[in-house]
Design a protein around this ligand. Structure first.
Ligand SMILES: O=C(CO)[C@@H](O)[C@H](O)[C@H](O)[C@H](O)COP(=O)(O)O
Ligand SMILES: [Zn+2]
Length: 194
């Protein structure tokens, strides 16, 4: 049992180290794109399934609430929250449309649309990103494994190149926190720390 616990921590560190080596420049570039969108009055939409739905909520909570700096709320929308909307779309149009129909209703050109998927192949995330792109949005994929179909499609793929879903998710939340910290710092360089 202790060996297994130790092994999980070792693997966690390996994956986080890999992300730090492989994705730091892409994360920095992502911050610039997201900050530019916010400065030009655009919105950030976030979606994912299961643990990644929780990550989407977490990301949006940091942006609308605050991360480390006292500042105005930032314009982010989670597409995983409204249970009436989620069940109505899934029941009437199919689960594959659960995010794309919300994108159809809400997204505008220049908005940022973030899909989170450890496999990179969740159909509902992929089809929403495809529609977002068609509508002139900027698309991001926070992904795992080889990035899957979503990795091939999005403008900005952030791929945690590991095969273990749990370890990928742990890296994803680390990336989300780094993005939040840097977005805040860039928008509010002299903001009051809390
Ligand atoms: O949190 C976990 C596993 O750690 C699960 O809930 C997991 O997120 C679900 O199986 C998702 O449906 C997986 O979707 P995806 O990451 O491949 O897009
Ligand atoms: Zn999980």
């Amino acid at each position: 049992m202790l060996g297994r616990i130790h092994q999980s921590f070792v693997r966690h560190r390996q994956v986080v180290d890999l992300v730090s080596e492989q994705l730091s420049s892409a994360i920095a570039e992502s911050v610039d794109v997201i900050v530019n969108a916010i400065q030009t009055e655009k919105k950030i939409f976030v979606m994912g399934n299961g643990g990644s739905a929780a990550d989407a909520q977490h990301f949006v909570a940091e942006l609308i609430g605050r991360f480390k700096v006292e500042r105005r709320p930032l314009p982010a929308i989670s597409l995983v929250d409204n249970i009436a909307t989620l069940t109505a779309i899934s029941n009437d149009y199919g689960f594959d449309k659960v995010f794309s129909r919300q994108i159809e209703a809400l997204a505008r050109p220049g908005d940022v649309v973030f899909g989170i998927s450890t496999s990179g192949s969740s159909e509902n995330v992929l089809s929403a990103l495809k529609l977002a792109s068609k509508k002139g949005c900027i698309t991001f994929g926070l992904l795992g494994r080889d990035g899957g179909a979503i990795g091939l499609f999005v403008d900005h793929p952030l791929i945690v190149a590991d095969d273990d879903t749990a370890r990928i998710q742990e890296a994803h939340i680390t990336i989300i926190h780094i993005l939040c910290e840097l977005i805040e710092k860039k928008l509010y360089p002299s903001g009051a720390n809390v």
